[in-house]
Design a protein around this ligand. Sequence first.
Ligand code: PEP
Ligand code: MN
Length: 274
Amino acid sequence: MGAQTRTVTVKYQSPSAGAREIRFGGRDFVVIAGPCAVESREQLQAAATGVKAGGAVFLRGGVHKMRTNPASFQGLGGEAFKFIAEIKAAAGLPFVSEVTDPRQIGDLAAVVDMFQVGSRNMYNYALLAELGRLRTPVLLKRGFSATVEEWLLAADYIVRGGNENVVLCERGIRTFETTTRNTLDLNSVAYVKAHSPFPVIVDPSHGTGRPELIPPLSLASAAVGADGLIVEVHPDPARSLSDAHQALDFAQFNSITEGVARVLEATGRTLARL
Ligand code: PEP
Ligand code: MN
């Protein structure tokens, strides 16, 4: 017995193929991949080419980063906008990036096809209300100390503004367990599928914080019924300016999509392809 999942459609332009769409919440499982942060034109270009070859249909990359330590790299900000537009157009991939402040929405809207609300901002109701005024899809991450009910109510802040295009993202919660960066709560994915109308994807990168655990948790996410994944992949993981400890290389990423395709096949579903 499950709730009917609403379909969230992301529309984007592919220079070679024209107007295209990616659907969350349908039969296809959507894999989003890319670096934690956009670091340079060369890095994003290499990441886009590598994740596309490895089966991703959506590119990620933080422009405005919410770093716990204010002395850490905070993202390139607006400096990155010009080359992001070129790179995503050349790759023919839609792009998702985090909005950390309502004042960023106008500028970011020119380069993103979906806004990401990060874990630290799930309770930022002014930001959620602003995103509710748009029709651009929103990827709403679960707060790391949020109950499932609080997360679903946060989604309602966006929906009540008139924007029904909300995709949830389980990214792990803080528990007594410190072996892993977070505790990836796959219960929540099964619960959301059974009791809410929202598509839900999983972030096994922040959910585990350990590269060797990202492949098995990706397979488990597909098996539990998630609508997709968002994975951190870097052309040179050891040199990542943020979250280097959990960044995967292209070969590791490619083996995840191959494994996920097999799990999906066994459950009558398919990997979204371009
Ligand atoms: C991210 O996806 O880059 C990120 C910062 O994740 P979270 O908000 O889940 O910590
Ligand atoms: Mn990260």
